[in-house]
Design a protein around this ligand. Structure first.
Ligand SMILES: *Cc1c(COP(=O)(O)O)cnc(C)c1O
Length: 432
C-alpha cells in the first residue's frame, strides 16, 4: 500500500513504521524527527549479501555506501551483518573506526582526499582506498612508504556511461570530476603506474555510474566495459586484476508509481553478464564489490513533522507549514525530489487535499513538496514524509541555526534514540 513494506496503518488510523505508532513516536520524541526501521535495513543488507552468495558463490563483498546515512549505529549494524562500509571523508571514517568497524572491510572514496585523510586511512589499515587521480596515487604511495606499509587500492574509472539520461549514453561522461578516463588512455596509464609502485597493491578497478537508476542496461554495459579493460590490462601488462567494484546506484521507490526492479533481479542479471563475459574474455570472474547506499536505508526511514500554520491563498495554493524543512531535507530544494506524504494521525482518511508543504527556514524555496495530495490537515497534525532514510540526515544543515533532528530506530514496535536531537548549545559550541 505504501512505498515501503515497513509502513502501515493501525486500528487507530495512525501511520506505523516497523510496528510502532508514528503519532506516539512524535509525542515521545518530539518533532521534527527521523525514524528508521531496523528490520528493513537489515533485510536490505541481507538481500544484497544473499545475491553475492547466490550469483558469485560468495566471492564478493557488499559495501554499504555510508554517505546515504552515516552514524555509529549504522556502522554497528553493517559490522554485525558482515558487510563492508564505504566512507568518503575523514569524518565518515572516524565514525566507522569509533565503533571498531573491521578496517579490512572499509573502502575509502573521494575525489580529493586530503593528506591528513590519507595518513588516517593508512595508519588505520583501511582495506581498500579507491584512488581517484594521479596526484593522490603518488601521495598515497609516499604515505604508505613512510609507514613501511603496502596499501590495497582500486582505481576509480569513468566507464563513459551516463545512466541519468533518458536513454543512457555511452560517451560524454568524460566530463566528470571523478576518476580516470578510459577513452584518453588515462586509465591504462594509471594502472601501469600503480603496478610499478612499491607501496601500492592494485587490487582492482571501480566504477559508479550514478544514482537512483531503474534500468538494468547501464549496469550491464558498465560491467562489460570494465571487463574489457581488465582484458586490456592483462594483455598489456600480464597482470590479471582480482577485484571489480561495480558501485551503487540502485533505484528505490519514492512514489507509488516508481517501479524499481527487485534487488535480486538486478543482481542476477548483472551477475549473468559478469560471469559469462569474463569467461568469454578468458578471465576468471573477479571478486565483486557492490556499494548500495540509498537502496539500503532510503525506504527504511521517514520524517515526522508537526503542522503549524495553514495558509490558504484563494485561487493560488495552500501552504502547510511544518516545524522542519530544507535544513533536515534539502532534496526538494536541490533537485525537486518527489516524496509521498501522509497525515500520520489521519492515515486511514482519504487524501482529498492538494497542498504545498513548506519548511520554517527563511527562504521561499524551503519546500518539502508542492501540489502534493494529503488528508485535510490542521495545526497540530503530524505529517510523515516517507522514504527519507537516505541523503536527508546526511545532507542536513544548521541553516537558520536550527538544531539537527534526532534519529529514532524502531524494531518490532520498540523504539530507541540512535542520534540525539542537537541542542542550541551544541549549535553554538564552536563559536568564540
Ligand atoms: C554515492 C555512491 C554510492 C551509493 O550510491 P546510491 O545511489 O546511494 O546507492 C556508491 N558508490 C559511490 C562511489 C558513490 O559515490
Amino acid at each position: 500500500m505504501y512505498v515501503s513494506d515497513c509502513i502501515s496503518v493501525n486500528e487507530k488510523g495512525h501511520l506505523t513504521i516497523g510496528g510502532a505508532d508514528t503519532v506516539e513516536l512524535a509525542e515521545k520524541y518530539g518533532t521534527p524527527a527521523y525514524v528508521f526501521d531496523e528490520n528493513e535495513i537489515r533485510n536490505n543488507l541481507r538481500e544484497f549479501k544473499k545475491s553475492i552468495d547466490e550469483n558469485y558463490g560468495g566471492n564478493g563483498l557488499v559495501v554499504y555506501a555510508s554517505k546515504a546515512f552515516c552514524c555509529k549505529e549504522m556502522c554497528r549494524i553493517c559490522a554485525q551483518e558482515g558487510t563492508g562500509i564505504d566512507v568518503v571523508s575523514g569524518g565518515e571514517l572516524y565514525t566507522a573506526l569509533s565503533v571498531g568497524f573491521p578496517t579490512d572491510r572499509i573502502v575509502f572514496h573521494g575525489n580529493n582526499k586530503t593528506h591528513d585523510e590519507l595518513v588516517m586511512a593508512v595508519t588505520n589499515n583501511v582495506g581498500r582506498i579507491i584512488v581517484d587521480n594521479v596526484t593522490e596515487l603518488e601521495s598515497l604511495n609516499e604515505v604508505a612508504a613512510s609507514q613501511g606499509k603496502t596499501v590495497g587500492i582500486m582505481l576509480r574509472i569513468k566507464p563513459g556511461i551516463d545512466a541519468h539520461t533518458h536513454d543512457f549514453i555511452r560517451t560524454g561522461q568524460i566530463d566528470s570530476k571523478f576518476g580516470f578516463a578510459l577513452e584518453t588512455g588515462e586509465a591504462m596509464a594509471a594502472v601501469k603506474e600503480a603496478l610499478k609502485m612499491p607501496n601500492i597493491k592494485l587490487r582492482g578497478l571501480h566504477c559508479h555510474i550514478g544514482s537512483q537508476i531503474f534500468d538494468l542496461d547501464p549496469f550491464e554495459l558498465a560491467a562489460t566495459v570494465m571487463l574489457d579493460l581488465f582484458k586490456d590490462i592483462k594483455d598489456q601488462t600480464g597482470v590479471e586484476l582480482e577485484e571489480l567494484n561495480l558501485g551503487g546506484g540502485f533505484g528505490i521507490k519514492y512514489l507509488k508509481t516508481d517501479r524499481p526492479r527487485p534487488f535480486a533481479d538486478y543482481m542476477k542479471k548483472v551477475a549473468e553478464t559478469v560471469n559469462s563475459y569474463s569467461a568469454k574474455l578468458g578471465l576468471k570472474t573477479p571478486f565483486i564489490l557492490i556499494e548500495p547506499g540509498r537502496s539500503v536505508v532510503g525506504a527504511a526511514g521517514l520524517t515526522l513533522y508537526t503542522v503549524g500554520a495553514v495558509k490558504n491563498i484563494p485561487d493560488v495554493r495552500t501552504y502547510v507549514s511544518i516545524d522542519g524543512g530544507m535544513g533536515d531535507n534539502p532534496r526538494y530544494a536541490l533537485y525537486q525530489s518527489h516524496y509521498e506524504l501522509v497525515c500520520a494521525n489521519k492515515a486511514s482518511e482519504k487524501r482529498t487535499e492538494t497542498v504545498t508543504v513548506a519548511g520554517k527556514c527563511c527562504e521561499s524555496g524551503d519546500l518539502i513538496q508542492e501540489w502534493t495530495h494529503i488528508q485535510p490537515v490542521e495545526p497540530g497534525d503530524i505529517i510523515a514524509v516517507l522514504s527519507t532514510g537516505a541523503y536527508n540526515y546526511s545532507m542536513a544543515s544548521n541553516y537558520n541555526r536550527i538544531p539537527r533532528l534526532p534519529a529514532v530506530m524502531v524494531k518490532d514496535g520498540e523504539s530507541r534514540v540512535i542520534i540525539k536531537r542537537e541542542t542550541y548549545e551544541q549549535v553554538a559550541e564552536c563559536d568564540i
